[in-house]
Ligand binder design. Structure first.
Ligand code: NAD
Length: 557
């Protein structure tokens, strides 16, 4: 990992953000002011008062060099600097050559408020008996304004500029992680490559930090320079700026379309808006659509690519776990209709799928956890070894740390490989592909009855797998021990295994009967026989009713 220098005015949040970022990226933090205090044995304020600014600046430069040496030994670190570090041209050069500069921008008035708050707390707790030199002056706001006016030109040389106004420290940290991923700071350059032999065939790349090499991967496809990038509002806020930069630097001319985040955008209205946008830009048949985001963006942008001018090249860049292991793989694209989910759509293969698991660092925890349900599903239906691996590492996977990059990439790549194996044999869901719906019969019914949004899809699938396993167990097809192993793993990964809501059982049964996967009026259940093997079979109605009634009734609060 390259070094990251945090620069900006006092009060921009460098030390706090530095701590959060260091914890998130699992690399050390060096705070220049702390190093100076340590070396001189005095607080900065005292040092300033006793020995003057020139002396302080000399100590600061020495501390920067020392921090760089320690960072080198550690293989990369966050270095939080003092507001005036950029005054020296040597310091500026050291930082420009030594890593990535991140400017935390803040309005002087906000910085002043934060500094005054910190000062009050420090005085109250007696952790610092001195008043910062900046705050001791007659007009601290004016001082901050003039410092910013003098230094802005150097701050703005930073590779990443991030405003910290009106944002929580966690939100700023997430933005920085995303910007670093998008500019290639995470890229290991070690992709796991697989090929899906569906249609003309396409490559699927799983690479930690691979988003930072999107332009490189697009180059391989020899596409025209204009790229139609479609994303949602959450992903745009995090990744758009760095990706647009990356693509432009590589000679592409990216155009960006943003839909509001959320399932409601997977609609005819937003699809029409995408067509209008493509037409306004006179998008041509060889020009590619890049779908950057979760399953909502992937499904809708994919359908736009399938239908605009009877099909234009599509690149899937899934950024949620669910999209990486499931929705971006297999060529199903589509939108929702007022009468149901995914009712309008097409099978359409992308030219490339680029899954960067590092992007999951910025995914909200609940959305990340739900994605594991589909991974557990692959273990149950097809792969004992994957299941055991998940069992062995469940706690680590739940924590989701950069130090687990290799493990996470392997598990995601394995999940993708399993789905690819199935779709290569049955692209259009004529037979085998149905096994991918393990747990989904009850999940779809529950989502439908509870109102979409109450349960995330993966959570509903988790509950659906618990019910399906109970059904198989009670029918004597699946052992109680294996059923417990499944449920324990789901729980260890943070997924729900019981339903605390009062769900009307009759409504669940009715919704299941209506599900579009009902063949010839009998529901075909995906039933586990052992971990790693399932069979597709109708089940006795009375047993289904009993298991579902017990599951939903018993779990009421
Ligand atoms: P989603 O696309 O709504 O993404 C979930 C949330 O995470 C959104 O708020 C999104 O903005 C945010 N997000 C995504 N990536 C992020 C990142 N890296 N950092 C921060 N935030 C990020 O939902 P989803 O769970 O990814 O996908 C669900 C959709 O997928 C549903 O519409 C479902 O029908 C569809 N799906 C399709 C298939 C298929 O085969 N095509 C399979 C399963 C599901």
């Amino acid at each position: 990992m390259r070094n990251i220098f945090l620069i900006g005015l006092s009060g921009s949040g460098k030390s706090t953000i530095g701590r959060l970022l260091a914890a998130q990226l699992e690399i050390p933090l060096f705070d220049i002011d702390a190093l100076v205090e340590e070396e001189c044995g005095e607080r900065i304020a005292t040092l300033f008062a006793h020995k003057g600014e020139a002396h302080f600046r000399a100590c600061e430069s020495r501390a920067l060099s020392q921090a760089l040496r320690s960072a080198e030994e550690a293989g990369g670190a966050i270095i939080a600097t003092g507001g005036g570090i950029v005054l020296s041209s040597e310091n500026r050069q050291l930082m420009a050559e030594g890593g990535i500069r991140v400017y935390l921008a803040v309005e002087p008035a906000t910085a002043l408020q934060r500094l005054q708050r910190q000062q009050h707390t420090a005085l109250a707790q007696e952790t610092s008996p001195e008043v910062r030199p900046l705050l001791a002056g007659p007009d601290p706001l004016r001082s901050l304004q003039s410092l910013l006016a003098d230094r802005a030109v150097w701050y703005e040389e930073a590779e990443i500029c991030c405003s910290t106004e009106d944002k929580s420290q966690e939100a700023v940290t997430r933005e920085l992680v995303a910007a670093l991923i998008g500019m290639g700071a995470f890229s290991s350059g070690e992709p796991m490559l697989q090929r899906a032999h569906v249609g003309a065939g396409y490559d699927i790349v799983v690479e930690w930090g691979g988003l930072g090499r999107l332009a490189y991967y697009l180059d391989q496809l020899k596409l025209p320079p204009r790229i139609f990038l479609i994303t949602d509002s959450n992903v745009e806020r995090l990744y758009a700026a760095s990706l647009l930069n990356q693509l432009r630097s590589a000679g592409y001319e990216p155009c960006l379309f943003v839909v509001p985040a959320g399932e409601a955008s997977k609609s005819q209205e937003w699809l029409n808006a995408i067509y209008d946008w493509l037409l306004e830009h006179h998008a041509e048949r060889r020009e590619a659509i890049v779908a950057l985001g979760g399953g909502v963006v992937g499904d809708m942008a994919g359908f736009a690519a399938a239908t605009y001018l009877r099909g234009v090249p599509l690149v899937q860049v899934p950024t949620s776990l669910l999209a990486q292991v499931d929705s971006a793989i297999g060529g199903k694209t589509g939108i929702n209709h007022a009468r149901g989910k995914n009712l309008i759509g097409a099978f359409y293969s992308p030219r490339l799928v680029l899954a960067d698991p590092a992007t999951l660092l910025t995914l909200p925890e609940r959305e990340r956890i739900e994605g594991w349900a589909e991974v557990v599903k692959y273990g149950i239906i097809l792969d004992t070894e994957l299941f055991t691996r998940l069992e062995d590492h469940a706690a680590l996977l739940l924590a989701f740390r950069p130090s687990l990059a290799a493990l996470i990439c392997q598990i995601i790549a394995r999940s993708i490989a399993l789905k690819v194996e199935v779709i290569e044999q049955d692209e259009r869901e004529q037979g085998l592909r149905a096994i991918l719906n393990y747990g989904h019969t009850v999940a779809h019914a529950l989502e439908n009855v509870s109102g979409y949004g109450r349960w995330l899809h993966g959570e509903a699938v988790s509950l659906g797998m618990v019910v399906a396993a109970a059904l198989a167990q009670q029918a004597g097809m699946f052992s109680a021990g294996e059923m417990e192993r499944q449920n324990r793993l789901l729980q260890q990964l943070g997924l729900p295994v019981s339903c605390s809501d009062a769900v009307p059982v009759e409504a669940i049964l009715a919704a299941m009967r209506l599900d579009k996967k009902v063949a010839g009026k009998r529901i075909h259940w995906i039933m586990p026989e052992r971990i790693g093997q399932v069979t597709v079979t109708p089940m006795p109605e009375d047993l289904v009713q009993r298991v579902i009634t017990t599951f939903f009734a018993e779990k009421r609060p």
